[in-house]
Design a protein around this ligand. Structure first.
Ligand code: ZN
Length: 107
């Protein structure tokens, strides 16, 4: 136990034993942040994500499309909205892929 190997946390820079780090289930690699830093970071990310989600989907905007009298214009608006949603999903997927890459790399 005395000569237990320690690893630096990339966030708080402390040297900690392997038991203080989470293991990535998919890659079986040690997290680069210690458990307490990882919890803190996850909490912060979750908070930020929920703020983003609420102001990116304005309710009234979606409502206006269906109040539009002109059929052609309404179709244009609906198609436009579909396009925006698709782009959002695409961006989100790319972002997730980047996040995973960043957290699994660098050990
Ligand atoms: Zn740490």
């Amino acid at each position: 136990m005395e000569n237990e190997k320690t690893f630096p946390c990339s966030h708080c820079r402390r040297l900690l034993p392997a038991s203080e780090f989470y293991i990535n289930h998919r890659t079986q690699q040690r997290d680069r942040y210690c458990k307490s830093c990882r919890q803190e970071i996850n909490r912060r990310n979750r908070k930020r994500a929920s703020i983003k989600r609420t102001d990116k989907f304005p309710q009234e905007e979606a409502h206006d499309i269906f109040k539009e009298e002109d059929k052609v214009r309404r179709l244009c608006l609906i198609l436009g909205a579909k396009c925006v949603v698709r782009e959002r999903i695409r961006r989100k997927r790319r972002k997730q892929a980047e996040d995973e890459f960043n957290s699994e790399d660098e050990l």
